[in-house]
Design a binder for this molecule. Structure first.
Ligand code: ATP
Length: 209
C-alpha cells in the first residue's frame, strides 16, 4: 500500500526554488533516505512534505493525519519530566502508550527527570521517543541521530525498523549510515533547481511555519 505519493514536486526556501521535479512513492514498510550536500534542500523538502510550508509546484498525497515530523529541534517542554513530555504528546496525538516509548529509547531510568536536566543525547532520545506515541504511519525525520552515541543510533534504527515491520514508513535526511539496509536512497543533486528562480508565494512567512 502506498502511504505517500509525490510527483514533480518543487520546493522553495526564502523565496527561491531549491529543488524541483521530485517524484517518488513511499509504501508501507519502506524507508527512504534523502541524500545530498549541505544546502541542497533536504530540510526544505521534508518541511514541505510535512505541511509546514507550501510547495511551489507538483503534487503530493497522503492520508489525513498520517505524518509525524521530527525536526532538528527536540521540541521538548523543559519543565516537564521525560514521562510528562510523552504524556503531553500522547494526549495531543491520540493516546500512544508512554511506557513502551520510554523503554524503546532507553529512557525508563530518566522518566522522572525534567527534560531541562537531560544531556543533549538524552534530549534527542526523548524527542525521538515522541514518534512512538503519535500513532502516525509516516515518519519524516530531519537528521534524527544528531547528538546520539553509537548505542543510541542502534536503538533508534531498531525503533525505525519495528515501525516499518508494523506497516509504517519513514523518510529521513541523514548524513550517517543508520544500518537500515532495507532503506532506499534518494539523492537530491539531480533535482537541484536552476539558479535564481524566484518562487511564489513570495509573501509566505516562515515565522509562522
Ligand atoms: N530561513 C531561510 N531563509 C532563506 N533561505 C534559507 C532558509 N533556510 C534555508 N535556506 C536556504 O535554502 C536552501 C536549502 O536549505 P535546506 O536547509 O533545505 O538544505 P539541507 O539540504 O537540509 O542542508 P543541510 O544538509 O545543511 O542541513 C539553502 O541554500 C539554504 O541556505
Amino acid at each position: 500500500m502506498t502511504l505517500l505519493r509525490v510527483r514533480d514536486l518543487a520546493v522553495a526556501r526564502g523565496g527561491m526554488r531549491v529543488v524541483e521535479n521530485v517524484s517518488f512513492t513511499l509504501d508501507a514498510g519502506t524507508a527512504l533516505i534523502l541524500r545530498g550536500p549541505n544546502g541542497i534542500g533536504k530540510t526544505s523538502l521534508l518541511r514541505t512534505l510535512a505541511g509546514l510550508q507550501p510547495s511551489v509546484g507538483g503534487m503530493m498525497e497522503h492520508a489525513e493525519d498520517a505524518v509525524a515530523y521530527a525536526a532538528h529541534a527536540d521540541g521538548l517542554k523543559p519543565a516537564l519530566t521525560a514521562a510528562e513530555n510523552l504524556k503531553f504528546w500522547s494526549s495531543i496525538f491520540g493516546g500512544g502508550a508512554v511506557g513502551p516509548a520510554l523503554a524503546a529509547m532507553d529512557l525508563l531510568s530518566l522518566a522522572d527527570r525534567p527534560a531541562a536536566s537531560l544531556s543533549a543525547g538524552q534530549k534527542r532520545r526523548l524527542g525521538l521517543a515522541r514518534l512512538l506515541v503519535t500513532g502516525r504511519s509516516i515518519w519524516m525525520l530531519d537528521e534524527p541521530t544528531v547528538s546520539l552515541d553509537a548505542h543510541s543510533v542502534a536503538l533508534f534504527a531498531k525503533v525505525v525498523r519495528d515501525h516499518l515491520v508494523a506497516g509504517g514508513a519513514a523518510i529521513m535526511a541523514t548524513h550517517i549510515d543508520l544500518g537500515l539496509s532495507e532503506a532506499e536512497t534518494l539523492d537530491l543533486e539531480p533535482f537541484r533547481a536552476q539558479p535564481g528562480q524566484m518562487s511564489a508565494p513570495a509573501g509566505f512567512n516562515e515565522a509562522f511555519a
